[in-house]
Design a protein around this ligand. Structure first.
Ligand SMILES: C=CC1=C(C)c2cc3[nH]c(cc4nc(cc5[nH]c(cc1n2)c(C)c5CCC(=O)O)C(CCC(=O)O)=C4C)c(C)c3C=C
Ligand SMILES: [Fe+2]
Ligand SMILES: [Fe+2]
Length: 364
């Protein structure tokens, strides 16, 4: 039994997210960081600095207009910090001392600052917890590569575990299904009874070439949708998985969310859009879904447009993260919370992200 007052072992939980600009002047350098990442812009190393800066410059106007709608900045950092505080509060009674740190990939605080803070706190263990339920080489894989370099630089050499993904985790599915159910009931109350309602599970898209090269993201998105639909238990539920936020001219995975709005207009069904790969509100939910796609739905004549809120600090969702943290630590799983082939596609062996990560490092 622990003696009262005895120091508890310290475990740092590092929350990975993408990050977003904190002021209008940060939009361009934020976009440069993003398009200079070899996990995002997969071109030979000698072209990347030139091409990455060019794409960032061209994207700055459109992105700045989106952030202007949000007051000139992304709300992602505040929301991620709140998720960390809520998680810490839920872990407060444990025998070890947990503290959350935020490591954003493309804007501050980034991995270097987070690794220095974790070292200064005196962490004896680290648990890397991506705020991406599905593993992609472009998100979690990229953050892992950045973290490894930052931890080395900070001289942080402690046992480190990674929760690679929780796409079908029962707690995540239950929390998400509860949010869907609440939004469904509100939408049904507003709609005339004869208008059918379809759920569009909308995930961030990816270039098709990245999926063909072995990225497990799309497979994991499909698993998340299946888990949430199963949890909803609604007979004959009309639903579809689709992909938003295309930003490059290459072919991206589909169907696109825009195409699904057209189909809904054609079928005369209202839509309930559920973000399935974002667990926080940010420009792609608050602007793309709430402003752009809503306007597009109205223009097309979709008979109703509703949205499920992102999880943010929803108690059910943070409880699911808490349970994942405790299971990952207790089980001593070094790399993957689902190391068994049950959750990972056979094509990627026992754990897709270990191979995917090697691929990202090889690109760097
Ligand atoms: C080739 C480009 C991109 C890929 C691939 C990509 C994958 C990807 N992104 C997220 C989640 C987020 N993306 C965000 C912003 C963002 N993403 C891209 C490009 C790609 N993303 C750009 C250019 C931007 C900047 C905004 C814009 O210009 O539209 C954000 C943060 C936004 C914020 O408001 O803070 C998130 C979160 C996922 C999950 C994903 C693939 C699985
Ligand atoms: Fe993105
Ligand atoms: Fe895995």
């Amino acid at each position: 039994m622990d003696r009262p007052g005895a120091p508890r072992p310290r475990v740092a939980i590092v929350l990975f997210n993408l990050g977003g600009p904190d002021k209008p002047e940060s939009v361009r350098p934020f976009l440069e960081n993003l398009f200079l990442d070899p996990a995002i812009l997969r071109v030979p190393g000698w072209v990347r600095p030139w091409l990455g800066r060019l794409i960032a410059r061209r994207r700055t106007k459109a992105a700045s207009e989106n952030y202007a709608i949000l007051g000139g900045r992304s709300p992602l950092l505040e929301l991620t910090e709140e998720q960390g505080r809520t998680l810490d509060a839920m872990l407060a009674g444990e025998a070890v001392e947990y503290r959350s740190f935020v490591a954003m990939r493309y804007w501050h605080p980034m991995s270097d600052a987070a690794a220095r803070a974790v070292a200064a706190w005196g962490a004896e263990e680290v648990l890397l917890l991506p705020l991406y339920p599905q593993f992609s080489t472009t998100t979690t894989g990229s953050s892992l590569a950045a973290w490894e370099a930052a931890a080395r630089k900070a001289g942080l050499d402690v046992p480190t575990a990674t929760l690679c993904c929780y796409h079908s985790d029962p707690g995540f599915a239950a929390a998400t299904a509860a949010l869907v159910r609440g939004a469904w009931d509100k939408a049904r109350a507003e709609l005339p009874p004869e208008v059918p309602l379809r759920i569009l599970f909308s995930a961030h898209g990816l270039p098709e070439s990245i999926v063909k090269a072995g990225d497990p993201y799309q497979w994991q998105v499909e698993r998340s949708v299946a888990a949430v639909v199963e949890r909803l238990g609604m007979d004959g539920l009309d639903h579809v998985t689709c992909y938003q936020s295309r930003v490059t001219p290459q072919k991206w995975i589909g169907p696109s969310t825009e195409d699904e709005l057209e189909r809904a207009a054609h079928d005369k069904v209202a839509v309930l859009v559920c973000p399935i790969a974002f667990v926080s509100e940010h420009s792609e939910t608050l602007v793309e879904l709430d402003v752009e796609y809503r306007e597009e739905a109205e223009r097309l004549g979709v008979p109703g447009y509703f949205r499920v809120p992102a999880q943010n600090s929803d108690p059910g969702f943070i409880q699911a993260l808490r349970d994942l943290v405790l299971a990952a630590r207790g089980g001593g799983r070094a790399l993957c919370s689902y190391a068994g082939a049950r959750q990972c596609p056979k094509a990627f062996g026992d754990c897709p992200h270990a191979k995917a990560r090697t691929r990202v490092s090889a690109l760097a």
